[in-house]
Design a protein around this ligand. Structure first.
Ligand code: ADP
Length: 594
């Protein structure tokens, strides 16, 4: 993991790292110097009372502190900048990667949790790199320099100190292994907490309407306690290194002091060397403790880094075919040839579907819920790849062209108009980013949206609330139609809204749709009788199969056909809408009631 992170990022930061490491070397050298000079302070200044060297010693100490301060500042800023840059870089990388992933993957994953997880994980990579650099360069260098001073002053004692090493290593191994599992669980629990919170905010109307508050509170309560407990466990495990290393260090320092005291009492040697030795030992303690904890801290960072790479390593499963060319759409004829498809291999959804949607005409897909109409519409922009059969647009197999060119030729108006963060103008312009302001307004006019947009507080620059909640359903639909219009694509996929709008909006939405449909090849999932009646061609679907297709007249004349039966029921004043997945025709009494 470390090697991968370094090879992907290290090169870009070599200069900054070199600077940071220079600073770190300066820090370790000045620290070692302070320990080393202790001998002269004791022996020359105090024991021998040489006034002439005091100036040199004090000037040296002052200089060492100044160097250490400046170097500490330099390395901290340099490393933090690299760290922030790494977080930013991985956030960008993840976002583009997520957009590359198939609709299938994102459909199966809870997006709020994924976002929360990424937020937590991105810092993992930064921590891995910074921990490596700070610990290895700063702490290790400082430790080596100080051990050098210790050896120089008293090598026998130095060897004695090293006896405490092995038990510490064994204990740390054990702790870091347990930490690995706990950290992963903690990240997942935390992302569930954020996920539930975010989904609650998004669905706040449903939450309140169904008085789900208490249930959600319980759920979040439980998750939060779980997350809290896990965080506490992580802290206990991580900090367990403290008492361990502290006790052992105390033992070593106390032992050495006892030895040193008896040495000076029983001999005539000046105590300078021993004071310097103890100074070095005390200075060495902090970096040694951090190094001991390195593996433990690293374990947490690596768990996060690994989770990031789990997402980054998902291969987008529909790469363009090698040598794929841009599709050239002239009329926009859509032809399904023996298409079979299932979301999971075990449960086929479409069986041998063949039909043609003629260029420039409107083809209505009808059939009961679950018949596979949406699936057909999803296959056209190649959200999923086909295991069997072909889909051709103007005679070109969509599996053999670039996805980007294919999607550029398609505009889509969904049942639930989805609006994004930004202004009204931004939302229309998502249809075609290079559209001019005049074109945006022209599209809004054609979609009968211009007037209500001007009534908004800031007109086209009015920011849109999440999901467009400050706009009415009909207004949102007209904005999404304007977005499709400005795309000016030869093919329009339309999933007709089933939710009832008030009559006035209804009329405006319908007019906007008529505008969007004219002159294009339209594939519409029809939920209204009026839409079918005006379609040039009707494709009836049942349980993943096309059961009948043709013009209204052809289907009406078809003996024993579902469509013909539906028309007969209608003529008798009976309701057969469900067979075709249409909205139920309101009964006369309901109309009377308004
Ligand atoms: P319709 O639009 O006619 O109501 P759909 O195309 O949405 O029908 O669904 C057809 C079948 O495919 C249904 O049985 C549905 O359960 C299944 N299905 C739809 N979307 C998915 C999906 N993302 N993953 C798995 N199965 C799905």
């Amino acid at each position: 993991m470390l090697r991968r992170i370094l090879s992907e990022n290290g090169r870009d930061y070599i200069g900054t790292y070199a600077f940071a490491i220079t600073c770190l070397v300066a820090i370790s050298m000045s620290t070692a110097f302070l320990a080393w000079i202790l001998k002269d302070i004791v022996d020359e200044a105090f024991a021998r009372q040489r006034a002439d060297v005091i100036w040199w010693i004090t000037a040296g100490i002052f200089a060492a502190f100044v160097v250490r301060g400046a170097a500490t500042y330099g390395q901290a800023v340099a490393l933090a900048q690299i760290g922030n840059n790494i977080v930013a870089r991985y956030q960008r990388r993840l976002f583009s990667h997520l957009m590359e992933l198939g609709v299938g993957y994102l459909g199966e994953t809870r997006s709020a949790q994924l976002a929360a997880r990424i937020g937590q994980n991105a810092s993992g990579i930064r921590d891995v790199l910074n921990l490596t650099v700070t610990s290895l360069a700063k702490d290790l260098l400082t430790l080596v320099a100080l051990v050098g001073v210790m050896f120089y002053q008293d090598w026998v004692l130095t060897l004695a100190v090293f006896l405490v090493g092995p038990p510490v290593v064994v204990a740390l191994r054990y702790i870091s292994k347990r930490l690995r599992a706990v950290t992963r669980e903690a990240v997942l629990v935390n992302s569930r907490v954020y996920g539930v919170m975010q989904e609650t905010m998004q669905g706040i109307a449903i939450v309140k309407a169904f008085t789900m508050e208490d249930q959600l509170r319980h759920k979040v309560d439980y998750l939060v306690s779980d997350a809290e407990a896990r965080s506490n466990r992580i802290v206990r495990l991580t900090e367990r290194t403290g008492p361990l290393t502290d006790s052992l260090a105390g033992l070593a320092v106390a032992g050495i002091l006892a030895y040193a005291a008896s040495q000076t009492i029983n001999s005539n040697e000046l105590p300078g060397a021993l004071v310097s030795f103890i100074g070095a030992l005390l200075f060495a303690y902090d970096p040694a403790r951090r190094l001991a904890k390195l593996q433990v801290n690293m374990e947490r960072a690596i768990v996060n880094a690994r989770m990031i790479y789990e997402v980054l390593d998902i291969v987008p499963h529909q790469p363009d075919a090698p040598g794929a060319k841009a599709i050239e759409i002239s009329g926009g004829e859509i032809r399904f040839e023996h298409v079979s498809f299932g979301y999971a291999e075990t449960s086929p959804v479409l069986h041998d579907v063949s039909f043609v949607a003629e260029a420039g005409k409107t083809t209505a897909l009808v059939g009961p819920s679950g018949a596979g109409k949406t699936t057909i519409v999803n296959l056209l922009p190649r959200f999923y790849d086909l295991p069997e059969g072909r889909i051709l647009i103007d005679g070109q197999d969509i599996g053999k062209v670039t996805k980007h060119s294919l999607r550029a030729g398609i505009a889509y108006v969904s049942q639930h108009p989805y609006l994004f963060e930004g202004t009204i103008r931004d939302n229309i312009r998502y249809g075609r980013p290079d559209a001019s302001d005049a074109e945006v307004e022209e599209a809004a006019r054609l979609a009968f949206a211009h007037d209500f947009i001007l009534e908004q507080p800031e007109g086209y620059e009015t920011p849109i609330g999440e999901g467009g909640s400050t706009l009415s359903g009909g207004q949102r639909q007209r904005l999404s139609i304007a977005r499709a219009l400005i795309r000016n694509a030869p093919i329009l996929l339309l999933d007709e809204a089933t939710s009832a709008l008030d009559t006035e909006s209804e009329v405006l939405v319908q007019k906007a749709l008529d505008e969007a449909m004219s002159g294009r090849t339209v594939l519409v999932i029809a939920h209204r009788l009026s839409t079918i009646a005006r379609a040039d061609r009707i494709v009836v679907m049942m349980r993943g199969k096309v059961t009948e297709q043709g013009t209204h007249a052809e289907l009406a004349a078809m003996d024993g056909g579902i469509y013909a039966r539906f028309l007969k029921l209608q003529a008798l004043g009976l309701d057969g809408s469900e067979d075709l997945g249409l909205e139920r025709k309101p009964a006369v009494s309901e109309v009377d009631n308004g």
